[in-house]
Ligand binder design. Structure first.
Ligand code: ADP
Length: 502
């Protein structure tokens, strides 16, 4: 498989070139500022391994400044606290329009920084971000409480609940959907009236910074959303900070556990969307062509760097060879290349670290005696973090390639004979983010779906999604749910008010 890495800069929009022409700063209190100690770091283009731009690196001192700004912006009497729900709603809608108006620019920035295809970024990440602003614009005026009866003889009470913002929210996000993950944290938080400090991933800070500019342009008051790029220590400074009331984190289970422990200092609220290793179960009564297409999409979507990807295929023995051949052929046909080349199906992985990790897992599978049916443990091309989509067979449940979240285009396939056997195998993981079942037997599909311990279950489909749908993990895949009608619960405190009517 050949890989072409075009020189991307020729096709860049003037606004993107201009954004990359000078070092990017931190957004604190409505101002663009350097890090207090002046430090910066380089963000790279994973297709070329070249530096895109230097970005200010937030330290604990910058986190302090951002938390103080977010606290001031939250306090009673501030412009933000005085904004009515309807005004917040209109503001959110305006931001959605601005995101849409800048879709091409945001998509190019995302493709440069993360490696994904420009079209995928525009039609997926950016379009969904715009829709999320609009969806939550609707919720801003509907954060309601209830009235609750009390049974006290001879006295009269009026008891009701209110849902109030929690306060200062730290959003810490990964690099696989940089803009969208920023949106997942910022949007529900500000819909409910909180203020935010966002810490983008060190690999992909650019679209969050551009979003920060758009938020100011839309009229978000100073300090309501602060953006402080940096590494894990910047995130840790936020998690440790006693001025932060809640941490909303998406990332690895390993870091999620550290955050849960570190958050205990002031018992800040924590919501976590963590790793996954989703089982994708194909029965012999499935629509096999659809199941193969679903396995390919589910396995290789977003360069395999998606926590709800179906990375463990379980295929009924009667159709195992047919499905493996279909998935392998499709994997071989995937064109790997620059996200700016229109003929590319799959871009590079995000970083050298991820590249080495993923190739290392494929090598470990070979060393363990598994078979690489499609793909390879060799790097693709001389520059850039490319990997050929890989399908691994002759796998056993104890192999690292089967137990660990790889976060790359690597899918394993194991045959099964019975429903009980496959349910047990599918649930034999510390993760519980997503799962899927392919069967034309509607009873079986729902029955097996009901037995799978995962926050999202797809039946005869994969990656079907909407901003209206809640998501999150069972087991070590996380705490809490994001988006949909449940998505505001984690960003509000419930207050019960009891009045005696004298
Ligand atoms: P991935 O494995 O997908 O790179 P990580 O969980 O390592 O994901 O990182 C996700 C986000 O968490 C990034 O923004 C990263 O900088 C941040 N991070 C890493 N370590 C810590 C930590 N100890 N505390 C808070 N945030 C952290």
């Amino acid at each position: 498989m050949t890989t072409t890495v075009s020189n991307d800069t020729a096709s860049l929009l003037p606004s993107v070139s201009s954004f990359l022409s000078s070092p990017r700063q931190l957004l604190i209190d409505g101002e663009w500022v350097d890090a207090q100690d002046g430090r910066t770091f380089a963000t790279l283009n994973p297709a070329t391994e070249e530096e895109l731009v230097q970005v200010a690196q937030g330290s604990a001192a910058d986190v302090d400044r951002a938390v103080a700004a977010a606290r001031r912006a939250f306090e009673a009497g501030s412009p933000w606290a005085r904004m009515t729900p309807r005004e917040r709603s209109h503001l959110l809608w305006r931001i959605g329009d601005l995101v849409e108006a800048h879709a091409d620019e945001l998509a190019q920035l995302e493709a440069l920084d993360n490696g994904k295809r420009v079209e995928a970024a525009r039609d997926g990440d950016v379009a969904t971000t715009a829709e999320l602003f609009r969806y939550f614009a609707g919720w801003a005026t509907k954060i309601e409480g209830t009235t609750i009866p009390m049974s006290v003889p001879d006295r009269d009470f009026h008891a009701y609940t209110r849902r109030e913002p929690i306060g200062v929210v730290a959003g810490i996000v990964p690099w696989n959907f940089p803009l969208l993950m920023a949106a997942f944290k910022i949007i529900p938080a500000i819909t409910a009236g909180n203020t935010v400090i966002l810490k983008p991933a060190e690999q992909t800070p650019l679209t969050a910074l551009r979003l920060g500019e758009l938020l100011l342009e839309a009229g978000v008051p100073a300090g309501v959303v602060n953006v402080v790029p940096g590494f894990g220590d910047t995130g840790a400074a936020l998690v440790d900070h006693h001025g932060v009331d809640k941490v909303a984190f998406t990332g690895s289970t390993e870091v999620g556990k550290k955050i849960a422990a570190a958050a205990s200092g002031n018992l800040k609220k924590v919501s976590l969307e963590l790793g996954g290793k989703a089982p994708n179960i194909i029965f012999d009564d499935a629509d096999i062509d659809a199941a193969i297409a679903g396995a390919v999409l589910g396995g290789y979507f977003n360069e395999g760097q998606c926590c709800v990807n179906g990375s463990r295929l379980y295929v009924h023995r009667a159709v195992f060879d047919e499905v493996v051949e279909g998935v392998a052929n499709a994997a071989r046909a995937i064109r790997v290349g620059s996200g700016f080349d229109p003929s590319t199906d799959m871009g590079p992985l995000v970083s050298q670290e991820q590249h080495e990790k993923v190739l290392g897992y494929i090598r470990s599978a070979l060393a363990d005696g598994a078979e690489v049916t499609a793909g390879s443990a060799d790097r693709v091309g001389e520059r850039g973090y490319f990997v050929q989509p890989t399908l691994i067979t002759s796998v056993t449940e104890d192999m690292a390639v089967q137990t660990d979240e790889i976060f790359g285009p690597v899918v394993t396939a194991i045959p099964f004979d019975s429903e009980d056997e496959v349910v047990a195998a599918a649930n034999n993981t510390v993760y519980g983010l997503a799962a899927g079942v392919w069967s034309k037997d509607i009873g079986r599909a729902h029955r097996v779906g009901g037995r799978l311990r995962a926050g999202t279950v797809w039946l005869n489909t994969w990656h079907a999604d909407d901003v209206t749908l809640p998501r999150g993990g069972f087991k070590q895949s996380g705490w809490g749910r994001e988006l949909g009608a449940f998505g505001l619960d984690d960003y509000t405190e419930l207050k019960t008010v009891i009045a005696e009517l004298r």
